[in-house]
Design a protein around this ligand. Sequence first.
Ligand code: HEC
Ligand code: HEC
Ligand code: HEC
Length: 321
Amino acid sequence: MIAGGCSGPAPGIARGEMLFDTCAPCHGDEGAGDQELGAPAIAGAADWYMTYQIEKFQEGVRGYHYTDAEGLRMRPMSRALFADRGDIESIVDYVFSLPIPDPAPTAEGDAEAGEAEYEALCSNCHGVDGRGIDSPVPELRAPSVLHLNDWYIASSLRKYRDGVRGAVPGDGAGAVMRGPMAGMSDERIDNVTAYIMTMQRLPRRIPGPPPEPLPELIVDASILPEGVTVDMAREGQEIFHGDGICVTCHLRGGEGGPLAPSLTDATWLNIDGEYESIVDIVMTGVPQPVEHPGQMLARAGTSITDDQVRAVAAYVYTLSR
Ligand code: HEC
Ligand code: HEC
Ligand code: HEC
């Protein structure tokens, strides 16, 4: 039976190759990108990342802002891929089979200054080698930046900074990436981009094993302030390491890292450490950190509810006690 003009081969690489004819005019025959059209290299991206971004375009979570000319160009293209025909898997399989591009720098920037910036602000998530970090939790995965063109990196960083990308409520991964970009000047963006272009081109990362399950939280109920329960603290532990994305900056168990302080000791930088002060700071974020380079957004930029904030604050409360 003939299903229509878009049928063709069954799901798989051959179908992906056929579908790629509609992508090549912008992304190039080898998927290495086209600066004039603002279409980035897609060959070289991880399969999970391509799938995730295509779905974001389809749902209008990316390419939503009226000033985002490139995103608006891509968004209708994503609509031509049909989930029920396996189109996304097919095209991703095909693009994944293309050689990883090694783009030449086109812009100027101080790569040395950018190196310090990258180490302090980016390496935590994108890895010291820029290959990205795989995690079974989509919000906690960071993509590779090694195959990308510098004009695209710099333009994406500005979009995150300005809320033109990653700012739709519920876009956890976008919020994760907007945190370190808050208030970054164009010059610093150009420097960090220049540094990324000097990084050695490495093959893709092979996904690692899933993270260890969280340890059971043992809490002495008598230390908890009024209205706070052990169950809240346990729920908060899940939120801290999941939807609340706190773990991306404060690291597992709140031990702290280059992007955010330890929450396990008696030293507090912005608050007195009492339960209500923790609730308040999670609600409002930290626009001007005392010691750390990037901001914490209100509710970490996520859409966790008031009750979830109170639960995650209960968990944080137990960590230093
Ligand atoms: C009309 C031009 C055009 C066509 C055709 C097109 N794209 Fe795009 N695509 C873009 C532009 C421009 C961007 C960059 C958007 C931005 O800057 O945020 C993009 C971004 C993407 C991204 C995100 C890359 C990243 O690193 O985040 C993916 C994945 C993608 N396109 C896949 C495809 C696939 C698959 C097809 C074919 C079905 C396709 N595109 C067809 C213009 C196009
Ligand atoms: C807390 C973790 C985290 C930190 C820190 C971080 N990123 Fe990201 N980055 C992400 C995530 C998650 C995404 C995917 C966001 C999305 O889906 O829009 C991302 C996306 C990106 C992209 C877009 C890639 C593409 O193909 O479109 C670039 C470029 C990037 N980051 C560069 C940087 C740079 C440079 C820094 C440091 C200044 C940085 N990131 C800091 C997590 C992080
Ligand atoms: C993008 C990185 C980032 C994320 C994500 C993040 N934080 Fe933070 N957090 C910070 C920074 C930066 C500070 C302020 C550090 C400073 O002042 O130097 C901070 C401060 C705090 C403080 C106050 C610590 C003090 O000593 O004053 C608490 C409590 C806290 N965060 C809890 C959370 C919780 C709970 C979440 C998840 C809902 C979260 N944070 C998500 C970066 C982050």
